[in-house]
Design a protein around this ligand. Sequence first.
Ligand code: XLS
Ligand code: NI
Ligand code: NI
Length: 434
Amino acid sequence: MTQFFADIAPITYQGPETTNALAFRHYNPDEVVLGKRMEDHLRFAVAYWHSFAWEGGDPFGGQTFERPWHPQDQMDRAKIKADAAFEMFDILGQPYFCWHDADIRPEGADFSESLRNFEEIIDYFLAKMETRKTKLLWGTANMFSHRRWMSGASTNPDPDVFAYSAATVKTCMDATHKMGGENYVLWGGREGYETLLNTDLGRELDHMGRFLNMVVEYKHKIGFKGTILVEPKPQEPSKHQYDFDAATCIGFLRKYGLEGEVKLNLEQGHAILAGHSFEHEVAVAAADGMLGSIDMNRNDYQSGWDTDQFPNNVPEVALTYYHILRAGGLGKGGTNFDAKLRRQSLDAEDLIAAHVGGMDICARGLKAAAAMVEDGGLDTALRERYAGWDSNDAQEMLNSDFDAIFAGVLSGQINPQPKSGRQEILENYVNRFV
Ligand code: XLS
Ligand code: NI
Ligand code: NI
């Protein structure tokens, strides 16, 4: 036992009426929602980087947190960090967690030392996982923090960095595979540009497309059964990122022949940065069968950067899970809290409370979404709105051509009559559930 979470008992479900600040009011893992346990719907994951590697810095100031595993440059402290992380997983009953290589091991003097550190920590994790329920939702490579990645990883103008990226992703895929990870994620924070004055955009996209094909080829070579996921984000840290949003990623995957192999990991804050709602991103991915997993956080609507706060808005979360349920659920994906404390939230208790609150908000959202699915009101409204397309004439029109359609319209048989979109009525309907 580390002393970090010493006074905090495992969190239990106590129902909506409890006044206990460290209890679940809505997240009841065994409660059955639409025929499935809540835990199996939501598949929560802790993000190692925000909860254990981030030190509380922002662009104007450095570290605010003081943790027993700081500074994070030694293997013994990386193990103390792992001990604390797994204690938190136990306290919360977390089914999953996610890591970047750089979150879990200190950087070595060269590639091989970094790899040795990484492999030692992976084995340290594996020993802990033998006696616990917590599994790996996904692993990923941090190819954006160290200065070598400043001009990109697979899109770097320097082929040596492409090579370093390939070797790095190979090691992270190997570790994810060894840990039984259910997905592997690629988020390209520096895969984009600062200025087009120094950027050959077409060449960089081709390199990224080839790189992602190598990821898929390697997945099959080692027999990894998890899903490869790309995580869209429009900007930050790069001025422009190639994986801008779900629609852009889907076009990219098609262009490079990857649509059957790669799905999307969608993040709420990234959706907002791209000028979308989260449910828009989920609906776009679902429409193409590319919904993989979600990173759950919320962004500040005023600040214009990725604030990565824990979710606390039930209506937003409910509509997101509504679209997830309508798409058949998260499958092998999950709800990863890619969310961090505010830098003034110094205590171990803050870290637990943030997750408890996030899990409760998601549970409330899921229950509201499930109630809407069961009630079927939105489905009925959609069916009625598109009912005209159920007729044979309408279906035949899709197989005809402009001349045939033109003849029908000219004859006066077709005379469109506008109908209400009923938006306010539908918004009022949703408010009955959230
Ligand atoms: C950053 C991203 C990152 C990915 C994993 O904004 O959300 O945390 O989820 O590299
Ligand atoms: Ni993010
Ligand atoms: Ni993310």
